[in-house]
Design a protein around this ligand. Structure first.
Ligand SMILES: C[S@@+](CC[C@H](N)C(=O)[O-])C[C@H]1O[C@@H](n2cnc3c(N)ncnc32)[C@H](O)[C@@H]1O
Length: 335
């Protein structure tokens, strides 16, 4: 392994990296160019990187002037930022190098955002189909954050997901077409039998996910949908999936029970969602802050009360059950 080149900045942000300790280093990784390696053992919920973009696509005024616009914006940056930008990986060598650096390294600044940003450190993190970290744009702090979501051992690569989901053939196609590389992550490199088992779990996950997202099913067969949520959670557990797919599933479970007036269970799901968001995007996460009021008051959420079939109040959350019995209650499995 190549010697360390770059260490993380200690930016002193509220829940920032441990002061005085390097959490990671940037190193050469066989077959992937550079990547980010953990320098110490890291626990889930640890902020690994918090940084403002070097440059955003807001500088682009038209398709025709893209390369010129980026050159202008780049020239206006401090010299070390210019160097950091120009040293980033370019997956599409040839014409339009500046646009292609953005194409190779850009992240949308928030879900569905048309604005992309390029980062000195975050853009060095490689993709894994089973990432151990999650990135998120924080519009309040105007930084992109990266939090560990699984335990990461010293010497292990820190990874993010550029694109989530599906069996390996689908993932490979998407990563090749959309990002221009052949994925060599630990999942895509599994021995054939293990890859096949993982693929069949992920195909099942896709089917479950589509029934959970179907409004008709949620309205008329909520018990079945809730059961599907539980099965999907089991698959995520088995696959080690701790990224945004998990928080999305907590949110889905929240909506299913809330739609049928079950504020007690909705409150538990809203709390679990908030706890997981805190772990993966920090206590200033906009998603967390937006969801927090619904822990106490699920009825204020748009999804509340299409029917009263499962009517409960927030105070009906049982307090005297052991862990197993509580889960049975939560999934409505009691006889
Ligand atoms: C945003 S950059 C990541 C940092 C980059 N490796 C570098 O050297 O700066 C994305 C590029 O890294 C490489 N890469 C990332 N994840 C990979 C993976 N799972 N398998 C193979 N190559 C990967 C690909 O060349 C991809 O275009």
């Amino acid at each position: 392994m190549a010697p360390s080149r770059t260490s993380p900045p200690n930016d002193g942000s509220a829940d920032g990296p441990t002061p005085g300790k390097s959490l990671w280093t940037i190193e050469s990784i066989p077959g992937k160019g550079k990547g980010v390696m953990a320098a110490i053992d890291i626990k889930p919920g640890k902020l690994l990187i918090s940084e403002a973009p070097l440059l955003t696509t807001e500088c682009i005024t038209s398709m025709e002037s893209t390369e010129k616009d980026i050159a202008l914006a780049l020239r206006a940056l401090p010299k070390d930022s210019q160097r950091a930008f120009l040293s980033l990986h370019n997956n599409y060598p040839g014409k339009n190098p500046l646009s292609n650096i953005i194409r190779s390294n850009g992240y949308p600044l928030g879900p569905g955002s048309e604005v992309g940003g390029v980062f000195a450190y975050i853009s060095r993190v490689n993709h894994s189909c089973r990432p151990n970290a999650v990135h998120a744009w924080n519009p309040l702090l105007t930084v992109e954050t990266v939090y560990a979501v699984r335990p990461i051992k010293a010497g292990e690569e820190i990874t993010l997901s550029y694109h989530a989901g599906g069996p390996s053939t689908t993932r490979k196609e998407i990563l090749k077409e959309g990002f221009g590389f052949d994925c060599t992550c630990e999942i895509c490199s599994l021995p054939q039998a293990e890859l096949k088992a993982s693929d069949s779990r992920l195909i099942r996950a896709q089917t479950l996910d589509s029934t959970i997202g179907d409004p008709e099913s949620v309205r008329y067969s909520p018990g079945k949908v809730l059961k599907n949520c539980k099965t999907l959670m089991g698959i995520y557990e088995e696959e080690g999936i701790k990224d945004d797919r998990l928080t999305r599933l907590y949110f889905d479970a929240f909506q299913v029970v809330n739609m049928h007036g079950d504020q007690a269970r909705a409150s538990v799901w809203a709390r679990r969602y908030c706890e997981e968001k805190k772990r993966s995007a920090g206590r200033n996460s906009i998603d967390l802050l937006e969801m927090m009021p619904f822990v106490k008051n699920p009825s204020k959420h748009d999804s509340f009360g299409s029917t009263n079939d499962w009517k409960t109040g927030v105070k009906d959350v049982p307090k005297d059950l052991d862990k197993e019995a509580f889960e049975e209650w939560l999934w409505k499995e009691q006889v």
